[in-house]
Design a binder for this molecule. Structure first.
Ligand code: EPU
Length: 344
């Protein structure tokens, strides 16, 4: 099938980035079908323009003028490939809303993704940063990722190993704009066990009977906890955690504990630990701080907010101040978690 490629000029993206920044794409093209992608990429290459993909815009910081071609990922479907005694295999379009997909799995009694309820964004974005919450990372359930490789101009299927998943990271972050993800294949095992060892969930279920700890109950718990701690991007602009939780050596942790006995950490490996960046930022006094049109959330210091009228420069200015102060106080570098796009 031949597709006409008619991108739209000066396309407003305010509704397509959860920070709610006023952003205008030089060119934008809605992509409801995967077959349009090679044509669109060729169009951008012929015009000598960069390209990128936008899903829910919930993990990106965009400049006021976004150059080149922005593909608006609208491929939206859920397909049951196999429903076997041992597992269910699902193929899901990259533009499908993540939370709607999680709810759909539970409505169909396909269990496992309940800890990842209410994460904003699309299914195609989930493997990029290997979304994770409440003790679960999406990589555990991903079988393969279907994508168009803009470097080789070929359709590819990446295995879980090819994706090189790690904490909030994957090959898709290492090689930004190389792959346009079109669908994700999930394997959900039929054997199910609740995962509630994350402190917030343990506390939530502390006084409940064991048989009340079902997947829908965990979904409801995560929903309640997230709603309480994290701002709704429809109301207050944000991209969730703005920094990764830093991983440091156990040696450095021991010396920090000497100075800061209440520091929050989790074992990461035999030799390394992860620090709660929210705690570090909170201790530096940034929580609930407002700086012009941007600020730090009052219930979770890891989340930066925008209430209107601000821009990427202002937000990155605040992020820079936080990084500097945390470095001075604890000697720890904070890595920015969302993807930052520039005007170049
Ligand atoms: N804390 C503070 N002050 C704060 C924030 C946190 O003292 O302002 C402390 C908490 O009391 C807790 C610890 O820090 O002891 C960890 O806080 P929390 O449980 O809220 O989780 P987090 O480590 O800050 C991570 C993810 C979140 C995810 C939650 C739950 C990262 C970068 N963030 O946050 O993911 O929802 O765990 O699993 O790993 C996201 O990536 O956008 C995101 C929201």
């Amino acid at each position: 099938m031949n597709f006409d490629c008619k991108p739209l000029a000066n396309y407003p993206l305010r509704e397509r980035n959860t920070l709610g920044f006023d952003v205008v794409a030089q060119w934008a093209l809605p992509i409801p079908q995967a077959e349009q992608i090679p044509v669109a990429i060729r169009w951008a290459k012929n015009a000598g323009l960069p390209h990128r993909v936008l899903g829910g815009g919930s993990n990106v910081v965009l400049p006021a003028q976004l150059p080149g071609l922005t593909l608006l990922m609208d491929i939206d479907f859920i397909e049951v490939l196999e429903n076997l005694a041992a597992k269910t295999r699902l193929r899901v379009g990259a533009g499908t809303n993540w939370h709607a997909f999680v709810r759909w799995t539970l409505d169909h009694s396909f269990l496992g993704l309940e800890n990842l309820a209410l994460i904003p964004g699309t299914v195609g974005a989930a493997p990029i940063q290997n979304i994770g919450a409440y003790g679960v990372e999406v990589k555990e359930y991903i079988d393969t990722v279907e994508a168009y490789d803009c470097q080789t101009n070929q359709w590819v299927t990446l295995s879980r190993t090819d994706c090189r998943f790690s904490y909030r990271h994957s090959v898709f972050k290492d090689e930004p704009n190389r792959f346009v993800i079109t669908a994700v294949i999930f394997d959900l095992p039929k054997v199910w066990q609740p995962r509630i060892s994350y402190a917030d969930l343990t506390n939530y279920f502390a006084n409940r009977a064991v048989d009340a700890i079902t997947a829908p109950a965990i979904f409801d718990a995560v929903y309640a906890i997230r709603t309480q701690k994290l701002p709704d991007p429809k109301v207050i602009g944000n991209v969730g955690s703005f920094f990764q939780n830093p991983v440091i050596s156990n040696q450095q942790l021991q010396s920090l504990k000497g100075q800061f006995p209440r520091i929050v950490s989790y074992p990461e490996s035999a030799t390394h630990s992860k620090l709660a960046a929210g705690w570090l930022i909170d201790q530096c006094g940034f929580k609930a701080m407002q700086m012009g049109n941007v600020g730090v959330h009052d219930k979770q210091a890891l989340v930066l907010t925008h209430r209107g009228g601000g821009n990427a420069g202002e937000l990155l200015g605040l992020a820079g101040q936080i990084q500097k102060k945390v470095k001075e106080t604890f000697g720890v570098e904070l890595t920015v978690e969302p993807m930052i796009y520039s005007e170049q």
